[in-house]
Design a protein around this ligand. Structure first.
Ligand code: 0A1
Ligand code: ZN
Length: 875
């Protein structure tokens, strides 16, 4: 709870810790409401700290039972203790501190520190949860070796897991209790500490590292769910092998455990040797998980595993450096998925997500640099900017340095900083040294917020045989950054000749360009020579730079690129750009402008037998309403956006009926379900075709979709067809929704899909429907997955109904946020972030949104988390 405004923490104020901890010995006796924690810390004065500084340990709501220094009970005046801080002024420069605290894990509804989920004890310590377990210098640059003894009732918690390797375990005679001792030899910061105790079933696995170390793998799930952990285990083993081949990184313990829990604030957590996962990113079976779920599981299992090197072996000096581990690890998991699946399709999906989430964040009041310089509540910085833009920055670095230069830099980073708590400067220095390049200019990507805009105009001089590109870059103002400097932008490009082949790229001074131009100034021109015919410029291929590209390409040029570009990303992007142009005008003018060119390009893609179905499914899916709103930028009327998109969908459906019907038939995939990318692509294209075929909403069309729903033998098809039906207010929709509920009532992760889908129906009755769904026994305000599935989906996935012109959507979200805040501030503040787009709305809605935000900001007793978002959003 907050009694004053949250205090700012600044990067510029970083000081090394005054005291270090060499070893941590924990003795944790688990009990539902009275868990005892005895922590023995070997403290040592840091020669780099401030001379004579006292020991100041962080706490958060702790109950202190006992304190001893070097084995002697501490006298009253020797320390100063409050629930949130413990201060000592020891006479020696080294001593052993023994602290006993008492915790109530059942009462911990914040899901930070030690808490219970479905009867299982588990922990979440990143970023500042360890201080809710014991007093500690809870900062990521204090690295210690941990030994953890866990004790618990044997029936309630037969499984006891900790970080590192198991040293010993056994019963405690005559007590019904037992214990396990875990030791982690790798020094780590407190945020990587974890323990788990519960009645869990183990799905075992095995892995032998490249140098021959055998590793016992375990995925722990609720009893009865073992048969849903197979894919996660497979993904884990593939991740372990991939990190060896792609980055030369081997696993470093005898054990690697994953635990799936049903109450978790985020996706998953990379605790050393003991990853804890939101169960939605572990559990999958063909009947309960969609292709998208399988892909997410693969990516997140990989992400957490890759953290073992980028995050754990090399950690962050402070939380300002969060992108050091997160941006890099997202980049690594994206590359892994690209290698396991289709690289172009993965890139398209990643850029879609980047634009939908990060570009939106960067364009609103919550914009911040990839490496922020100030925060009031670090929990609010686990953002799309830190993660997704952070990954894009690493990708741009690779584009500049090339494959070999990038690998050399990474190798140096691992060699030099293993065991360190590092910074972005440390990271960049490795690439600069390994390649001899000065990266000072590039580093600005970490400090400057906002999405750069790149205006590119092309002109062809037939007589001279030259093609000239005039490039102008600018970055709009963002909070705290009114003016911007030009960035170093790697612009991958090609000049595509009339026959569809790329022309050689040679600059006027004779320098050949290896596909990537370096844009460094506000205004720059590049002249290519030896250009015999007028080419079409294919710019920012593969989305090489995370920028808003504005080109002067004509409709004909875009149609040409959609058909001929050898860069699949830009084929996708060309057709999307055509759609965005139409949708922007359609929303502004109230009717769809002439769109024959788009229909033509779409038909050609649909009929191109050589194209990957997954690619077609991406290219033929129109940009989402949020994406269109962002492209419009100001004075957005969500109803007009919705109407324009619906009109274009109708036009496509009508013009391409035969093509969609043929595709629907051709994409039928008989045989048992397999989650591989190729089969998933066929299913995606089939469902997309069905969606377009159902657009007219005729009884025949709806019956076909309902029949398909009923016949489905896997969740991808079942949920895909349900989503098609959900767009049409009809008896068929009611029948399918009811059927789905009855089938999956007992399966919370599947019910989440059902909740989410209904929350996203763009109809006036949706808000009431959501309120009614909240009363069902399957819903619970205590479970983050349920709340996000229902309330989060309305707030972020249903622009017309969240932004209702009467403001009822805003009022609803505010009520939920204020109710939730007392229970789980992190979840509450994430929901509140849905207001990040309010300033782009037309004035009436914007005024209502502002009023709603003020109500939050003025509410008494707000958490720091929610107060921080409310104040910044109003900013
Ligand atoms: N490091 C995790 C993200 C994470 C952050 C905070 C958490 O608790 C509130 C949990 C997980 C990751 O990147 O996967
Ligand atoms: Zn991560």
């Amino acid at each position: 709870m907050r009694d004053a405004e949250p205090q700012p923490v600044r990067l510029a104020d970083y000081r090394p810790p005054d005291w270090l901890v060499d070893t941590v010995d924990l003795d944790i006796s688990l009990h539902p409401s009275a868990t005892r924690v005895v922590a023995r810390l070997a403290l040592r004065r840091n020669p780099e700290g401030e001379a004579g500084a006292p020991v100041v340990l962080d706490g958060d709501g702790l109950v202190l039972v006992r304190l001893a220094l070097d084995g002697k009970p501490a006298a009253g005046g020797a320390f100063d203790a409050s629930p949130d801080r413990l201060t000592l002024t020891p006479s020696a420069d080294r001593f052993l501190l023994e602290v006993e605290t008492l915790l109530d894990p059942t009462a911990n509804t914040q899901l930070m520190g030690l808490y219970r989920t479905g009867g299982t004890y588990c922990t979440q310590c990143e970023p500042e949860g360890f201080r809710r377990i014991t007093y500690f210098p809870d900062r990521s640059d204090v690295l210690a070796v941990y030994t953890t003894r866990i004790e618990a009732d044997r029936d309630a918690a037969p499984v006891l897991l900790g970080n590192g390797n198991l040293l010993r375990n056994g019963p405690i005679a005559g007590t019904g209790r037992h214990y396990a001792v875990w030791h982690d030899p790798w020094p780590k910061p407190s945020y990587l500490f974890a323990l788990v105790g519960g009645r869990l079933a183990k799905v075992p696995g095995h892995f032998v590292t490249a140098s021959g170390r055998p590793v016992d793998l375990g995925i722990y799930v609720e009893e009865g769910k073992q048969d849903r952990a197979g894919y996660a285990m497979d993904a884990l083993r593939r991740s372990m092998r991939w990190d060896e081949t792609a980055f030369g990184r081997e696993y470093d313990l005898d054990v690697f455990n994953i635990v799936a829990v049903s109450d978790f604030n985020m996706g998953a957590m990379e605790n050393k040797g003991l990853n804890v996962f939101n169960d939605k990113y572990v559990l999958a079976s063909p009947e309960t998980a969609t292709d998208a779920d399988y892909a997410n599981i693969e990516a997140i299992i990989a992400h957490e595993y890759f953290h073992n090197w980028t995050g754990n072996r090399i950690t962050c000096r402070d939380w300002f450096q969060l992108c050091l581990k997160e941006g890099l690890t997202v980049f690594r998991d994206q590359e892994f998925s690209a290698d396991q699946r289709s690289r172009p399709v993965k890139r398209i999906a990643d850029v879609r997500l980047l634009k939908a989430q990060q570009f939106v964040e960067d364009a609103g009041p919550l914009a911040h640099p990839v490496r922020p310089e100030m925060y009031r509540e670090i929990n609010n910085f686990y953002t799309a900017t830190v993660y997704e833009k952070g990954a894009e920055v690493v990708r741009m670095l690779k584009a500049l340095l090339g494959e070999a230069g990038f690998r050399a830099g990474m190798d140096l980073y691992f060699a030099r900083h293993d065991g360190d708590a590092a910074t972005i400067e440390d990271f960049l220095a490795c690439f600069a040294e390994a390649t001899g390049r000065d990266l000072a200019h590039f580093a600005l990507w970490y400090a400057q917020s906002g999405t750069p805009r790149l205006d590119v105009a092309g002109s062809y001089d037939e007589a001279a045989g030259t093609y000239r590109l005039d490039v102008v870059q600018s970055t709009p103002p963002t909070p705290g950054q009114p003016t911007k400097a030009p960035l170093l932008i790697p612009l991958a490009l090609g000049l595509v000749g009339p026959n569809g082949h790329d022309l050689p790229l040679v600059l006027a001074d004779g320098t050949p360009v290896e596909g990537v131009l370096e844009v460094t100034q506000e205004k720059q021109s590049f002249v290519f020579t030896g250009v015999g015919t007028r080419p079409v410029a294919s710019l920012n291929r593969g989305f090489s730079a995370s920028v808003n590209l504005v080109t002067d390409l004509s409709t004909d040029d875009l149609v040409f690129l959609a058909a001929h570009d050898r860069d699949p990303f830009n084929r996708f992007d060309a057709i999307q750009a055509l759609a965005v142009q139409l949708l922007k005008r359609g929303a502004a003018e109230g009717t769809l402008p002439p769109h024959a060119a788009l229909l033509d390009a779409a038909r050609r893609l649909l009929e191109d037998g050589a194209l990957d179905p997954a690619f077609k499914a991406q290219a033929l899916a129109l940009p989402g309403e949020n994406e269109i709103a962002r492209e419009i930028g100001t004075q957005v009327d969500p109803d007009a956006v919705h109407a324009a998109r619906r009109a274009l969908r109708r036009a496509l459906a009508q013009a391409l009926t035969d093509g969609f019907a043929a595709t629907y038939a051709a994409m039928d995939t008989p045989g048992p379900y397999r989650p591989d990318a190729a089969s998933a692509g066929r299913r995606a294209l089939r469902t997309l075709s069905l969606d377009y075929l159902t657009v007219p909403g005729t009884p025949d069309a709806l019956q076909r979709a309902l029949a398909r729903y009923r016949a489905a033998d896997n969740m991808t098809d079942r949920f895909g067809t349900l989503a098609v039906l959900a767009q049409h207010d009809s008896p068929e929709r009611r029948e399918a929704l009811d059927d789905f509920y009855v089938r999956f009532e007992k399966d919370p992760l599947v019910i989440d899909k059902w909740l989410s889908l209904q929350a996203q129906i763009p109809e006036a009755g949706t808000l009431d429907r959501v309120r009614a769904l909240m009363l069902l026994p399957v819903f619970s305000m205590s479970n983050p997955n349920r709340v996000r599935a229902l309330v989060g989906a309305l707030a972020t996935g249903n622009p017309t109904q969240f932004n209702r012109p009467d403001g009822a959507g805003y009022d609803f979200l505010v009520d939920v946020v204020l109710t939730l805040d007392a229970k789980n501030p992190q979840l509450a503040s994430r929901l509140l972030s849905a207001f990040k787009t309010w300033r782009q709305l037309e004035p009436k809605r914007a005024a209502l949104a502002e009023r709603a935000l003020r109500k939050v900001a003025d509410a008494p007793g707000l958490s720091d988390d929610v107060a921080d978002i409310a104040l910044r959003a109003l900013g």
